[in-house]
Design a protein around this ligand. Structure first.
Ligand SMILES: Cc1cc2nc3c(=O)[nH]c(=O)nc-3n(C[C@H](O)[C@H](O)[C@H](O)COP(=O)(O)OP(=O)(O)OC[C@H]3O[C@@H](n4cnc5c(N)ncnc54)[C@H](O)[C@@H]3O)c2cc1C
Length: 386
């Protein structure tokens, strides 16, 4: 079934709106004020007063930061927008069946006998002499220095429950407190066969309830032999709401949306799969974002060691926030620093380096969305409202 034949919606060419958004988004990087991304966009003349404009902003911002532009800090956005030095301008679909985890296995292989999986740290303490972690069922494990790589969500929980037993500076406490984990659900939905438009990668729909299952990612279609699976994403408040639902309830919501979108004749989904990172006590969200309440100075303080305690992980990095390479580089930074403190700096030459290898793009904003054919779907209900 071709998507256009269902008669459930209109396909809209949104290029002029996306171009307008991109142009204004580029401009906000000149603004040095301590304001929200949303205010900076409005200052440049962006006025999301139509559902089409709202979904364009969602696709360009909320989809990546898992929050709204009004809740996001402009200085943090500018500071973190350095990811191209690692990534280049394009995203790639990797079809290697060993999966992403094989990279972690490869990196960890030389020290695999020193990694203890499944050990839960219940508290940490440190002083001028040493650093110790209390491990459930094992007691206190100590060393000269300690690096935590817990997510910001876990650190916030440690703070709330008094699990840091050492002197933490006020600036570190504030930095942890005002940081934020993004909540984002990527839900894989399997069908017996494809009935969506297979000529495009990503399909968005407008709806008065912005963010309610607004996107279908069909990019798996490019993989040879790929089954009929689409990814549907919800972010921010909608994602938190979805976290409180059962799998059956999410399934029903998705089927209702798909029927609105593609008509009542579509087959039932065979299954949905997702992982609730928000409810997992070892993550409490997917990755850190750029909240309005957190200043750039506070964010920079996250990575500053507190005596023998080093705090690493993606959440403490000012650039490339929320990415694997930020986590990787932050660990290398801490390890290098500790080796230097121990007078072993020559050993740090064996560590991989996180250097600037590519030239940032001329335009500050060229997310993968600009490469993707952008199709908007407007429900007949919405058309009636016009
Ligand atoms: C679904 C999803 C998709 C993503 N997609 C991408 C992507 O395409 N590209 C990208 O660059 N990034 C992506 N990210 C983000 C990326 O995975 C993270 O930024 C990165 O994994 C962060 O690494 P980290 O080491 O800082 O923290 P984590 O990966 O959170 O590692 C922290 C570790 O600490 C453990 N831990 C927590 N509490 C305790 C405790 N009390 N005791 C013992 N251990 C504990 C956790 O189990 C975990 O293993 C994605 C994230 C998710 C969830």
């Amino acid at each position: 079934m071709d998507t256009n034949s269902t008669g459930q919606y209109n396909v809209v060419d949104a290029r002029s709106v996306t171009e307008e958004f991109d142009k204004l988004f580029d401009k906000i990087f000149e603004n040095k004020s301590n304001i929200s991304v949303g205010d900076a966009l409005r200052y440049e003349g962006w006025n999301p007063d139509t559902l089409l404009k709202q979904i364009v902003e969602w696709s360009k911002f909320n989809y990546f930061y898992a929050t709204t532009s009004d809740r996001s800090s402009l200085p943090l956005l500018i500071a973190e927008y350095d990811q191209y030095k690692f990534e280049g301008e394009s995203d790639f679909m990797v079809t290697d069946q060993r999966g992403y985890v094989s990279i972690a296995h490869c990196i960890a292989e030389p020290i695999s006998n020193r990694i203890e999986l499944g050990a839960v740290v219940t508290s940490i303490d440190w002083n001028d002499e040493c650093f110790c972690a209390h491990v459930a069922g094992q007691g206190r494990v100590c060393g000269d220095y300690g690096i935590t790589t817990f997510s910001i969500g876990v650190l916030q929980n440690f703070l709330e429950n008094g699990q840091f037993n050492g002197t933490l500076s006020r600036r570190k406490i504030d930095a942890i407190k005002y940081s934020e984990m993004a909540v984002y659900h990527s839900i894989s939905v399997g069908f017996p066969s494809s009935f969506w438009n297979t000529n495009t990668d990503i399909i968005y729909r407008t709806e008065a309830r912005l963010g309610y299952y607004p996107v279908i990612d069909t990019s798996g279609k490019g993989i040879p032999g790929s089954p009929a699976i689409v990814l549907m994403a919800v972010t921010g408040d909608e994602a938190k709401r979805v976290s409180g639902l059962t799998k059956d309830e999410i399934y029903d919501e998705i089927m209702d949306v798909m029927r609105l979108w593609y008509g009542s004749d579509i087959p039932n989904a065979t299954d949905i799969e997702y992982y609730d990172w928000y409810s997992d006590e070892f993550y409490r969200g997917m990755f850190s974002n750029i909240p309005l309440n957190l200043t750039l100075e506070e964010k920079e303080n996250l990575a500053v060691p507190e005596g023998r305690l080093y705090v690493s992980g993606e959440g403490v990095m000012v650039y490339s926030t929320g990415t694997v390479h930020a986590a990787y580089c932050s660990g290398i930074d801490s390890a290098t620093d500790i080796l230097e403190k121990k007078g072993l700096s020559e050993r740090s030459t064996f560590l991989p380096k996180c250097e600037d290898k590519t030239t940032p793009p001329s335009s500050a904003y060229s997310m993968r969305m600009s490469l993707i054919t952008f199709i908007m779907t407007l429900f007949s209900l919405f058309l009636l409202l016009l």
